[in-house]
Design a protein around this ligand. Structure first.
Ligand SMILES: *Cc1c(COP(=O)(O)O)cnc(C)c1O
Length: 398
């Protein structure tokens, strides 16, 4: 009889995983922070790259690699990196590759935190920045200086859904030896694969459409040049921008249905955009594939038939109409995010663009009646009924 006070040898030490002739169908989740090597010789070989082996989770782990390989396949990229958030991916791409005295040009309608990085943070490290309109290749070209090392644009801008002149900007960058980084979160690889258009770096907030369920924050960055990849990787590992295994596991699970979600959401978006355009009380609708979109021709050229799941629209009324709209659609999440499986609605004037002055907002067409919809996979009849009720309530209130 063992004494209840005895500690069995396998209590503290890890027990081997039970043997099974059948295999698990689901992807295993591996939360281990450290990996034990057999000997110093083997560890040397691992660090030297002669053999492949994990060492410490901040430097890499299987769940991140499984996820990266899937996004690589979608993007036509190789050796992509998974980082702790979309902003970690943007930060690692910029700060891993730029140094004091270098200049970077950013699109003038970048994601809010990317704009802040451009306007406030990079300069504290001696990295010079300027902003230019990525729908106008001449404006980008005019912003180039002798010390310009990188251009960062988004394929589809938030929330006005302007389409960047990606191939033209890639040609300008290539001719001058400048790196082109593209944040392709809104369009996803199902619409456009920036590396095929001459980009050097592609970035995603995996948080959004790729993971698709609003339960993880992750980012992805892939570089065409392995030396750039190494620099971005080392910066991310040193500064701890690396992801949690559980988040990677959840995102990989979400990715199984990415193509189905995207196709359905996009189909819904097209139909909802046309429906909204026909409603009294709606001043204008922005959807890249509608002929009245300011970048319609470029959208068709770059995205083909893939207009994506994002639709923006403007009510005739102001804040009162906007309040009436969200209150009339209580089942629909009024939340400043995008890419969820369900439809979400955001109001840039009170969220993403609240720090922008009303005059500057007006200059890019964002009024108090402006909304952005991230269309989900619901039944289209339900969405049409919800928005019809919302717009009718907004019209009555204005
Ligand atoms: C959300 C978003 C980001 C930031 O991603 P997080 O995962 O929230 O850090 C960057 N770029 C674009 C275009 C985004 O929509």
């Amino acid at each position: 009889m063992s004494n209840p006070q005895d500690i069995p040898p396998n209590l503290v030490r890890r027990t081997p995983w039970p043997q099974s002739v059948s295999r698990a169908v689901g992807t295993p989740l591996q939360p281990s922070v450290v990996y034990a090597s057999e000997s110093p010789d083997q560890l040397d070989a691992q660090y030297g790259g002669a053999v492949r082996g994990y060492t410490y989770a901040r430097e890499g782990h299987p769940n991140a690699d499984v996820l990266a390989q899937k996004i690589d396949a979608l993007e036509g990229a190789s050796d992509g990196l998974i980082l702790g958030s979309g902003m970690a991916a943007v930060t690692a791409a910029l700060m891993g590759l730029l140094g004091a005295g270098d200049h970077v040009i950013g699109g003038d309608q970048l994601y809010g935190r990317s704009l802040r990085l451009m306007r406030q943070d990079l300069s504290r490290f001696g990295i010079l920045t300027s902003l230019a309109d990525p729908t106008d290749p001449a404006a980008i070209e005019a912003a180039i200086r002798p010390e310009t090392k990188m251009i960062l644009i988004e394929t589809v801008s938030n929330p006005t859904l302007r389409i960047a002149a990606l191939p033209e900007i890639a040609a300008i960058a290539k001719a001058r030896g400048i790196l082109l980084a593209v944040d392709s979160t809104f369009s996803t690889p199902r619409s456009v694969r920036p590396l095929e258009h001459g980009a050097d770096i592609v970035i995603h907030s995996v948080t959004k459409l790729l993971a698709g369920h609003s339960d993880v924050t992750l980012g992805y960055v892939a570089c065409a040049n392995p030396e750039h990849r190494r620099a971005v990787y080392d910066f991310a590992v040193t500064t701890g921008l690396t992801p949690s295994p559980f988040d990677c596991w959840l995102a990989e699970r979400g990715l199984y249905s990415f193509h189905l979600r995207y196709d359905r959401a996009e189909e819904n978006a097209k139909r909802l955009a046309d429906h909204l355009a026909g409603l009294a009380g709606v001043k204008r609708v922005l959807y890249p594939l509608r002929p009245d979109h300011p970048d319609h021709n470029r959208a068709v050229g770059l995205l083909g038939a893939r207009g994506g799941n994002m639709v923006s629209f403007e009510l005739d009324g102001g804040r009162m109409a906007a309040n009436a709209l969200t209150r009339a659609m209580p089942d629909l999440a009024f939340a400043p995010t995008l890419g969820d499986i369900g439809t979400t609605l955001s109001h840039p004037a009170s969220s993403s663009h609240r720090a922008v002055s009303p005059e500057d907002r007006a200059a890019i067409g964002i009024s108090e009646g402006f909304f952005r919809i991230s269309v989900g996979v619901e039944d289209i009849g339900q969405l049409i009924a919800d928005f019809s009720a919302g717009v009718a309530a907004a019209k009555a209130a204005s």
